[in-house]
Design a protein around this ligand. Structure first.
Ligand code: NAG
Ligand code: NAG
Ligand code: NAG
Ligand code: NAG
Ligand code: NAG
Ligand code: NAG
Ligand code: NAG
Ligand code: NAG
Ligand code: NAG
Length: 642
């Protein structure tokens, strides 16, 4: 098996050549308001169960938790926070309880991975705890098809307050509100979500990941890996959730949710990101290139995804309108962005990105370079965003205008949510506490929940080896749940929405058992790319010696400009090879210069720059250097991992 050359966030789906031209509905030149001024943001930390230093059976004593309602470990609670319940007073989270006493002690149920809800308004539940475990003590015969490898990732409460999507499960309290004393363990059912992938409906269903609920509570988006063509690729889908109380085919044969009316988020008649006509190469900015679906916008009209870059080495989120297929660029910053959420009125976005670390600036600091070498290296450069387990994410808030490619707004990146404070150890702005997925708005748009992880040895980052900090949190835990209040905002009036259409007109209806579409990269050969404003680039896409996959991209720029802001000169040559399925080796030669709104250069050391990165462990090992300089500010590559 061989890795496909172009992949993103781990894996990227590149789409086939030879398409019917696509008519863009995007309006240029629409009036875009000036970027908003920064606003007041208050941040507090939300309470979590107490930490037990003794994680063995019975280690969570009544001394540590007098209520007998569970403990977590200091370093491995696997905390993942989710969204708010519709009342705005509770945040969902999943975590691992540890140290419970053996049965029949009533506290024995606080063991292992569970879904909890946490009070976010400073009050407690009737038992005196600020949290309530929803799944602890659920009778075994109400946990359908659960396996020991279950996960409750990205918990997302439905707007009815009675159900939560977590991992590939729906946790349901019947008619009781999750936060109400009426929601007791005997009322809770845990249903698996099944994606049928066989023509006759048999089998256990396909593996699905990164599920994101649509605001209509009926649809969701998800991603799935495919290995059918001897390569790893990821595809994104949109589907309807349909409760099936008594299935007759497929496993598990228990009450479950089936995914029906599944659409592959791939436009079989649309443009590829890059296409050639004769010797002319075109970049298609309206191409729908869904590398990984990241969720559905607050109004539910748009699928947001990590897409093929608009500028070289700059990983961004794009949105495609579910009905029209119109593509808008959601983020512009040069740094890596991944997790995101949109407010319920569709107007505001919260993201996690690496901006505060400048980690990716050596790659993407030079702006306006067209995405050519990216056909080879999007997966490799995406993997540099982390140092092993260390992330560099902080939360940012910005107003959503897909049309913010309006010139005056291009440098608008919004506001870092946790910028306040002096960054002392343990403070809200301590850079050693890094964000996880996903930050989430309350339905009324006035609050944002997010969680953070403290860096831990050996991945603290910077010049290695670094001494890692000691946690200042209770029990020295290395995970914490935060809540930002946008204190100057009025609540957004919110009402349940009617379900959207099952049909995505531009997508491809999924037929169970069908193979995903064949993927093609760029055509091999020599091409000219004409700048939209000025100049041109000569581009070569060169196959490996067997002619089976793209191996080298060579680009020479002649005063090239797409935006009228940056004019690019010089050459770049990048080759990749795959020592194994997940390891990428990159050879890079760069001698790029730009003028315009900034004077920049992107230069490799004599002899070139080489690096290896494994997309599974995010450890960067380089020889030689790649250095980007923007108006005299020098951005160097990160230190090699240890
Ligand atoms: C806190 O939330 C609970 C549960 O929604 C609610 O009953 C209570 O009135 C809230 N208290 C305050 C002070 O907001
Ligand atoms: C599903 O049905 C097909 C066709 O009858 C059969 O080949 C396959 O083995 C079945 N798979 C399972 C898991 O039962
Ligand atoms: C959606 O799926 C249901 C159940 O499989 C089916 O009856 C219905 O015809 C489908 N609707 C569309 C628009 O495909
Ligand atoms: C390709 O180029 C030829 C010649 O310039 C032109 O006639 C044709 O319409 C182009 N095809 C497409 C799909 O743009
Ligand atoms: C963390 O605590 C340990 C044990 O108390 C101590 O040896 C170490 O120096 C501390 N590290 C830092 C960075 O303060
Ligand atoms: C592309 O151009 C290079 C020189 O720039 C040349 O060596 C090579 O043969 C050309 N390839 C094709 C397929 O024309
Ligand atoms: C690059 O193109 C711009 C716009 O056409 C022009 O103003 C500038 O003089 C050109 N620079 C060079 C070095 O050719
Ligand atoms: C690929 O090679 C790297 C480096 O030797 C190794 O760490 C990794 O486990 C390998 N991955 C696979 C899938 O073989
Ligand atoms: C870096 O150079 C050393 C010594 O030549 C070599 O052993 C190593 O494999 C190289 N690493 C990479 C990532 O090219």
């Amino acid at each position: 098996m061989r890795l496909k050359a172009a992949f993103l966030y781990g894996i990227f789906l590149a789409v086939t050549a030879q398409r019917v031209p696509y008519t863009s509905t995007k309006q240029k030149n629409i009036a875009v308001p000036s970027p908003p001024d920064p606003e007041p943001i208050e941040i507090i930390e939300l309470p979590l169960p107490p930490v037990t230093p003794d994680e063995t059976e019975g280690g969570c004593t009544r001394k540590i938790n007098p209520h007998g309602t569970g403990c977590i470990g200091a370093t491995a609670s696997n905390l993942l926070s989710g969204n708010f319940l519709p009342d705005g007073d509770h945040v969902t989270a999943s975590l691992v309880f540890t140290g419970a006493p053996a049965a029949p002690d009533p506290a024995s149920i606080y063991n292992g991975l569970h879904l909890i809800i946490i009070r976010a308004n400073g009050t407690n539940f009737p038992n005196g705890d600020p949290w309530k475990c929803i799944t602890c003590g659920v009778p075994a015969d109400q946990q359908y098809g659960l396996t020991s490898t279950m996960d409750y990732q990205y918990p997302q409460a439905f707007t009815d307050g009675t159900r939560v999507l977590a991992g590939a499960y729906i946790i349901d309290c019947g008619t009781a509100q999750l936060a109400s004393p009426k929601c007791t363990p005997d009322k809770v059912h845990i249903y698996p979500i099944r994606w049928n992938i066989t023509p006759n409906g048999n089998g256990s269903g396909g593996a699905i990941r990164e599920l994101r609920k649509h605001p209509d509570d009926v649809h969701l988006s998800f991603n799935a890996m495919s290995y059918t063509t001897g390569t790893i690729a990821q595809y994104a889908y949109f589907a309807r959730l349909q409760f099936n109380p008594a299935p007759t085919t497929g496993t598990p044969l228990t009450p479950r949710y089936d995914l029906v009316n599944v659409t592959l988020l791939y436009d079989p008649t649309g443009e590829t990101p890059l296409s050639a006509n004769g010797s002319h190469l075109t970049i298609n900015r309206q191409s729908i290139s869904v590398g990984e679906a990241r969720g559905l916008s607050g109004l539910g009209d748009q699928i947001d995804y990590l897409g093929f870059p608009a500028e070289s080495c700059n990983v961004d989120i794009f949105g495609a309108n579910l009905k029209t297929g119109e593509v808008t660029r959601v983020t512009y910053g040069p740094e890596y962005v991944g997790p995101m959420d949109t407010s319920s009125d569709g107007k505001w976005v919260v993201i996690m990105d690496t901006t505060t670390s400048d980690r990716m600036m050596f790659l993407a600091g030079m702006r306006g370079v067209p995405p050519l070498v990216d056909t080879l290296i999007t997966g490799a450069i995406s993997s540099i965003r982390n140092n092993g387990h260390r992330r560099f994410f902080q939360p940012w808030l910005f107003e959503r205008y897909g049309a913010r490619d309006h010139k005056d707004s291009r440098n608008y990146q919004g506001q870092q949510i946790n910028a306040g404070g002096d960054s002392h150890p343990g403070s809200v702005s301590d850079p050693l506490w890094n964000g996880g997925a996903d930050p989430r708005f309350s339905l009324d748009g006035t609050k944002i929940a997010y969680f953070q992880l403290l860096v831990q040895t050996p991945d603290c980052g910077g010049s290695n080896p670094l001494p890692c900090p000691n946690s200042t949190e209770p029990g020295h835990r290395t995970e914490r749940l935060m809540m930002a209040t946008l204190s100057s905002r009025e609540p957004i009036p919110w009402a349940p929405m009617d379900p959207v259409s099952d049909t995505v007109p531009w997508g491809q209806p999924y037929v169970p058992g069908s193979a995903p579409p064949d993927q093609a990269l760029v055509p091999y050969g020599n091409f000219t790319l004409t700048g939209q404003v000025s100049g041109h680039a000569k581009v070569s896409f060169v196959a490996n010696s067997a002619g089976t996959t793209l191996e080298t991209v060579l680009a020479t720029y002649y005063n090239y400009s797409d935006d009228g802001d940056n004019f690019i000169m010089g050459t770049e040559k990048v080759s990749t090879s795959y020592p194994n399925m997940t390891l990428i080796h990159v050879d890079w030669f760069s001698d790029l210069h730009s003028t315009g709104i900034s004077k920049s250069s992107k230069l490799t050391s004599p002899g070139g720059f080489y690096f290896d990165i494994d997309i599974n462990n995010n450890k960067f090992y380089a020889n030689g250097t790649l250095t980007t300089t923007v108006d005299g500010v020098v951005y160097r590559q990160p230190e090699n991992a240890t």
